[in-house]
Write a protein that binds this ligand. Structure first.
Ligand SMILES: [Fe+2]
Length: 197
């Protein structure tokens, strides 16, 4: 099928717009997290935002390579989430958004791309879905720990690492202030439990 007549062209534009919105939302959450004292979560959200923009960049380049050279805008009709970005709710909201996108939106787009014969775009949609699934699990884990006020506590001894200086200790609970750099607990790396998928 000719790309400019395809549904995949529209889906590519919808995905690009959605990824830009995701990237913006993660940057907003990063700011909230930092202002609330969760520097490591803030860094993680910045990384997620960068990931989204990298995905957006790949799709943008793909569009540029395939689209006809007329300057007509690509028209899309799509819905995008506008969730609050306070940390208390945004971790779970984002987990649900990532899960919905990775289980529904991108697999649907990938199937259409395959049916229309755009296997390179099918691959991109599938790979983006895979990253989204991982993000969803990480965000759900953080949301759960945040809700239970157990971000920095574990039942078993755990290796805690300071994201500022690299200091690490094994204990059931992270330090209040890093003994090496004196940065607060918010800089501690919150690793997923080994039992958590
Ligand atoms: Fe430190």
């Amino acid at each position: 099928m000719e790309f400019n007549e395809s549904k995949t062209k529209e889906n590519l534009a919808r995905a690009f717009a959605g990824l830009c919105q995701d990237g913006a939302r993660y940057q907003f959450i990063a700011k909230s997290a930092f202002s609330e004292g969760y520097a490591y979560i803030s860094d993680l959200m910045v990384r997620f935002a960068k990931n989204k923009m990298a995905h957006a960049s790949t799709l943008y380049r793909t569009m540029i390579d395939k689209i006809n050279k007329s300057k007509d805008n690509v028209k899309i009709e799509a819905g995008y989430p506008f969730e609050d970005h306070i940390l208390k709710t945004s971790l779970l909201d984002s987990a649900e958004i990532e899960e919905y996108q990775s289980k529904n939106v991108y697999p649907h787009f990938a199937k259409i791309a395959k049916d229309e014969g755009f296997l390179d775009i099918e691959k991109y949609f599938s790979l983006i879905a895979k990253v989204g699934e991982e993000n969803s699990l990480k965000l759900r884990f953080l949301a759960d720990k945040f809700e239970n006020k157990s971000l920095y506590k574990r039942e078993q001894k755990t290796k805690w690492i300071c994201s500022n200086c690299g200091h690490s200790e094994e204990s059931k609970q992270a330090w209040e202030t890093c003994p090496l750099c004196n940065y607060p607990k918010g800089y501690v790396v919150i690793a997923k439990d080994t039992k958590t998928k």
